[in-house]
Ligand binder design. Structure first.
Ligand SMILES: [Zn+2]
Length: 144
C-alpha cells in the first residue's frame, strides 16, 4: 500500500491487502495514529484483522466485527465509551472509503480534527485501540 500500485501482505491472515479501503494502516493514519513517514515501513493488515478497532466501525457497508479479546471487546465497555469510539472510528473508516479517486494528497488524508499534538509520547509501543480509548478518556492510563 505504500506505493501507488503495490500493497503488502496482512500480518494476521497473510492475504494481500490490495486496496487502501481495507487497510488498517491507512485507517489508523486517517485517525492520526500513524506518521506519514511510517506508512512506507509499517506492517500492514486488513481493517477486519484488527477486531479491537474494527468492531467500532458501524456502517451498513461494513459487516460487523466482533472482538474475541475480553480486554477490548466493546460489549464489555460502558455504552458512552462505545459511542465515542464508534463515532471516531466510523468517521475515519468512511473517510478511508472516500480516498480512492478523491484527488487528495496523502498529507490531506487524516481527519480534520487530527493535529500534530494528537499522537503524543504516550503512544509509543501502545496498542492503538487502548491508546485511543485513553485519549478519549475511556480507560485510565495504568490500564495501558
Ligand atoms: Zn488480514
Amino acid at each position: 500500500m505504500a506505493d501507488c500500485d503495490q500493497g503488502y501482505f496482512c500480518e494476521v491472515c497473510r492475504e494481500y491487502v490490495d486496496v487502501v479501503t481495507e487497510s488498517d494502516l491507512y485507517l489508523r493514519f486517517v485517525m492520526g495514529l500513524v506518521m506519514p513517514e511510517d506508512l512506507m515501513r509499517a506492517v500492514e493488515r486488513h481493517v477486519r484483522c484488527r477486531p479491537s478497532l474494527a468492531q467500532y466501525v458501524v456502517d451498513p457497508n461494513f459487516e460487523p466485527v466482533l472482538d474475541p479479546d475480553p480486554a477490548t471487546d466493546k460489549r464489555r465497555q460502558p455504552e458512552g465509551s462505545v459511542r465515542a469510539m464508534e463515532s471516531l472510528v466510523t468517521r475515519a473508516w468512511r473517510r478511508l472509503q472516500e480516498l480512492p479517486g478523491s484527488g487528495l494528497s496523502i498529507a490531506e488524508y487524516p481527519l480534520p480534527e487530527v493535529d500534530p499534538s494528537w499522537r503524543d509520547a504516550s503512544f509509543e509501543g501502545a496498542d492503538p485501540t487502548l491508546w485511543l480509548m485513553k485519549k478519549l478518556g475511556i480507560v485510565k492510563v495504568h490500564e495501558i
